[in-house]
Design a protein around this ligand. Structure first.
Ligand code: CA
Length: 226
């Protein structure tokens, strides 16, 4: 599989290249918007990893132009801009998924695999049982009823849905959702409070519970008891 990595930070670009080549991906790196755009319009790739903050033309401009030319290569946006607005804009411009920096390499690989399975054309949407999450409009519903979530609750639920049926530890959530990579101890209390709020919004008064505590390990989202 051929991957184009568009990233201006040398260290990040090198780490991505080495990591992906270690997974047997064929990797090409471009460091400016112009070079990247030229490359992606003249060569075929199976996937583009696109940083948004680039010198010259930025990632969103490139993405918009790429899609307007009818090029449908799946694009996974890698961004440090974690504001809600930027993310929605990123997906609206034709991104297939996004990952907020910093991220764990294993998380990137999981996203790439999911993207390759799903194909590029579908709307970025997650669903578990009667729970749905639209990643563009950021609307969440359970049994057709809207569920109102804060930004953090949304991110937490998104993560649990992406890892449906798998145990997610508090350590993982601290790193991947709260982005506290330097912490040596997980944010247990903060996480538990957010899980409790999510449960109230998603599971209360429902015969089928989706959010489960796996004692001593973490949490799992799935239909029915784990
Ligand atoms: Ca950058």
């Amino acid at each position: 599989m051929k991957v184009l990595v568009v990233e201006d930070e040398q260290k990040v670009a090198n780490a991505l290249q080495e990591g992906l080549e270690g997974e047997r991906y064929d990797v090409v790196v471009e460091r400016t918007g112009e070079d990247a755009f030229f490359r992606m319009t003249t060569e075929a790739f199976d996937l583009i990893l696109l940083d948004l903050g680039l010198p010259g033309r930025d990632g969103l401009q490139i993405l918009t132009t790429l899609r307007s030319k009818g090029i449908k290569t799946p694009v996974l946006v890698l961004t440090a801009r974690d504001t809600l607005q930027d993310r929605v804009a990123g997906l609206d411009s034709g991104a297939d998924d996004y990952l907020i920096k910093p991220f764990a390499f294993a998380e990137l690989l999981a996203r790439i695999r999911a993207l390759m399975r799903r194909g590029a054309s579908e709307t970025p949407r997650l669903g578990v049982g009667d729970l749905t999450m639209d990643l563009i409009t950021r609307k969440v519903t359970r049994g057709g009823q809207p569920v109102e979530l804060t930004v953090r609750e949304f991110e937490l639920l998104e993560y649990l849905m992406r890892y449906e049926g798998q145990v997610v530890s508090r350590e993982t959530l601290t790193r991947d959702v709260w982005k506290e990579t330097a912490r040596t101890t997980p944010l247990d209390n903060v996480i538990d409070v957010h899980i409790a709020r999510l449960r109230r919004k998603v599971d209360v008064d429902r015969p089928v519970k989706l959010i489960h505590t796996v004692r001593g390990v973490g949490f799992m989202l799935r239909e029915g008891e784990p």
